[in-house]
Design a protein around this ligand. Sequence first.
Ligand code: ZN
Length: 464
Amino acid sequence: MTSLQQTIAQSGSRNTGGELYDFAASLFPVCRSITGNGLRETLRAIGARIPLQIHEVPSGTPVFDWVVPKEWNIRDAYIADEQGRRLVDFRGSNLHVVNYSIPIHARMSYAELKPYLHTIPEHPEWIPYRTSYYKEDWGLCLAHEQLQKLDSHERYEVCIDSSLEEGALTYGECYLPGQIEDEILISSHCCHPSLANDNLSAVSVATFLADELAKHSLRYTYRFVFAPGTIGAITWLARNREAAQRIRHGLVLSGIGNADRFHYKKSRRGNAEIDRAAARVLAQLPQAGTVLEFSPYGYDERQYCSPGFNLPVGCLMRSVWGTFPEYHTSADNLDFIHAAQLAEAWRVCLNIFDVLESNYAYRNLNPFCEPQLGRRDLYGSLGCSPSIAEEINARLWVLNFSDGNHSLLDIAERSGIAFSIIREAADLLVRKQLLVAVGGESLRREQSHASEAVLTFNTTSTFR
Ligand code: ZN
């Protein structure tokens, strides 16, 4: 069993889900945006748990076809009646202000105010989440039932105490060096204010993944990027064109804490190893996940998969963006995400990494007809249990396809047997000296053990 598999097996006895949920809940009240102090506060909280390098990129910096925007900060916002009673109050929910609203303080009639108000008539109790990042504008969001209580003959005081000034865009990076420089990228947007699934669920899962992976000695180097959506990923790519070339596999994480099954959106390449590893892991879940083809709309995989980069980066989520009523509303709150779902998402990611970490090809050292398994205690006994039968079947699959050209993932796909069972079969066959890993620098642990054994034997015989 690999150290990642041991962690996954032990996670049931630890309260991983509770910890993931509590971290998301602690970040929930913060008013984040694509720049500003809420984003910084969030990154600092992540940085208190994992080694995080925080970068500040000045407003006005060109990043490909875009420019880093002015920095937005907000202190207060409200609509008050003529008696000064707050009818809509930012202090109650930061979704009440259109994110990136320019400052305003004025008295106006209902008719003048109305075009700046946003509601969801189909869900009269929910507040919508709206933004105006790239067009200077202002607005307020409220529950439709709040709007219906406003008096069309009254005048209202409107205040948005915000600032939009030269400043910086902030993002965070956690770099965990592995045995090789090839990287696995995990990217999640962290720019939404009080929305739990989109995307505190993924921010929390990514933070705890980094915390866990840092404890293991792994083949790949892991890089976590916590950045505001779209402009953050574009900024990271503009500043890391060279580093991006080392990304061998990548996952954008988003909306993975609600009760829906998993969806994995493939990379633009469509058959990248990450696409296949994710599909295998989702297929083995009690509630099998769904694999979606790439499309140029969605989360930050759009940037990583733009044709100039075309990186093997897919997107793991539960419900697909825009397809469920709670999406971008106040109903995406802490009741919409669950500890068990967060923990499962964390385990699914570890399982995907575990496939990537150990997806080697092997060579059968006894390729002329089947080796006699019974003589080597590899064939079980007559009438063995179904799980033993599957293990034996896995050994036969591994022996047959280990011609140096088929990886363990190829064999898992073709046989339909879980990757972990295929890998255990390969480990056992290596120990029985029927199999050897191929691939130069990427020789795996088992093989190095095997070659140590050979070396010891040779040394001994020299001294004999
Ligand atoms: Zn969103």
